[in-house]
Design a protein around this ligand. Structure first.
Ligand SMILES: [Zn+2]
Length: 178
């Protein structure tokens, strides 16, 4: 089974999260969402017919569960596009680490504002210092991303999806690292 991403809009048409086209279909089918845009070349086969896969849906209500965006390791890497904040290198899975900007030993917390992606070399070099003490200024600042940004970056996108994103939500198209 291949899953395609589907943009989920809230009642005010704001992009809120990204679901699989299957989950989106179930919401539509159970009357909890309406189809705004569908894929043209991707479909869902039910027992008696074939339906174009949802690409954008709008939900009538938001579940609290959908909106949580906790700073997990994976979510930090996604936010930072797997880029080391100290040397700017794209970091592969084997060498990607999380750096506490203010070190744990000095009271730094596990929070969006204090966590940043670093390669293992930079992380070791920085050690228990602050960036300014180590002479390693941040190349970009940490921030709390929206749920939509993190969910969007989890997906392998297809060209139909990217086109819709570019046309209707250009501000989010910029977030995707190529
Ligand atoms: Zn680095």
């Amino acid at each position: 089974m291949v899953y395609y991403p589907c943009i989920v809009l809230d009642i005010a048409y704001r992009p809120f999260t990204v679901f699989s086209h299957i989950k989106a279909f179930v919401l539509i089918y159970s009357g909890k969402a309406e189809m705004i845009e569908s894929y043209r070349e991707r479909s869902i086969r039910t027992i008696d017919r074939e339906i174009l896969a949802p690409l954008v849906i709008r939900v009538a209500f938001l579940s609290k569960r959908w909106g949580k965006v906790a700073p997990s390791r994976r979510a930090i890497f996604l936010r930072d596009n797997f880029t080391c904040a100290y040397c700017g290198k794209l970091v592969r899975d084997s060498e990607v680490t999380i750096d506490h900007i203010v070190p744990k030993s000095r009271g730094g917390t596990f929070s969006w504002g204090n966590l940043i992606t670093a390669c293992d070399r930079c992380n070791q070099k920085k050690g228990d210092k602050l960036p300014e003490e180590a002479g390693m200024p941040l190349l970009f600042e940490p921030y709390k991303p929206t749920k939509f940004e993190v969910e969007l970056k989890r997906w392998r996108l297809n060209s139909e999806f990217e086109t819709v994103l570019e046309v209707f939500y250009p501000q989010f198209k910029k977030l995707i690292n190529k």
